[in-house]
Design a protein around this ligand. Sequence first.
Ligand SMILES: Cc1cc2nc3c(=O)[nH]c(=O)nc-3n(C[C@H](O)[C@H](O)[C@H](O)COP(=O)(O)OP(=O)(O)OC[C@H]3O[C@@H](n4cnc5c(N)ncnc54)[C@H](O)[C@@H]3O)c2cc1C
Length: 206
Amino acid sequence: MENTHFDVIILGGGAAGLTAGIYLSRAKMKTLIINEGTAGGQMVLTHEIANYPGVESTGGYMLGSTMKKQATTFGAKIFNNTKIESLDLTSDIKTIELARKGKFTSDSFIIATGGRSRPLNVPSEDKLKGRGISYCATCDGDFFQDKEIIVVGGGNSALEEAVSLTKYASKVTVIHQFDHFQALEHYIDEAKANEKIEFIMESEIE
Ligand SMILES: Cc1cc2nc3c(=O)[nH]c(=O)nc-3n(C[C@H](O)[C@H](O)[C@H](O)COP(=O)(O)OP(=O)(O)OC[C@H]3O[C@@H](n4cnc5c(N)ncnc54)[C@H](O)[C@@H]3O)c2cc1C
C-alpha cells in the first residue's frame, strides 16, 4: 500500500496534467501522473511555441521535457506510454490498474486527458504536423505571415479560425465538404465579408 497509494493520481501528462503535477508535488502531495503517450502531450507535436508567458520561443518537445523534469524534481512519479487495464472511481479510494505495472490507489483523481485533433488522413500529414500543417490557428497563425493558408472545414471553428488567420495570411481558402456551412450565421457572415477569404465548396471540387 505504501508505494502504491497516492494522494492524487493524474490521468494525462500534457500541459494540464504536468502543471497539476508540478503544483501538487510542490505542495508535498504524493502524486502519480499516468500518461498514455509521450510526456508533454500535444505540445510535443509543435516545433515552436511562441506564446508561453515568460518564454519568448521554445520547442514543444523541450517545453514538455522541462515541465516533466519540474514535476519529477518536486517528487511526482510519472508513467509514460502506459496502458490502463481498469479504472474504478466509484469509491472514496480510487483504483487504477495498469498493464505490466499493477494496481495503484489514490484519494483524489484528476482527469487531464486533453483533446485530439481530427486528422485528414492524407499522405505526409503525420510528417508535416507542426511544419506547415497545423490544428490550431491561434497557436500557429503567426508562423504563416503573408502566406496563403487553406482551412479545411465549414463549422464554427473553421470559419472563426479562418477570419483570425486573415490577420497573418495574404489569402485564406476555406475548403468545405458540403454545399452549405454548418457554422452559426454570424460566423458565416463575418467570413463572407472578409475580402481575404475565398470558399471552395463540395460541388466545385473535381
Ligand atoms: C500542432 C500543434 C501546435 C500547437 N501549438 C501551440 C502553441 O504554439 N501554443 C499554444 O498555446 N498551444 C498550442 N497547441 C495547443 C496545445 O498543445 C494544447 O492546448 C495543450 O497541449 C493542451 O494540453 P492538455 O494537457 O490539456 O492536453 P494534451 O496536450 O492533449 O495532453 C493530454 C495527454 O493525456 C494523454 N492521454 C489521453 N488519454 C489518456 C488516457 N486515457 N490515459 C492516460 N493518458 C491519456 C495523452 O497521451 C496526452 O499526453 C498546439 C497544438 C498542436 C496539435
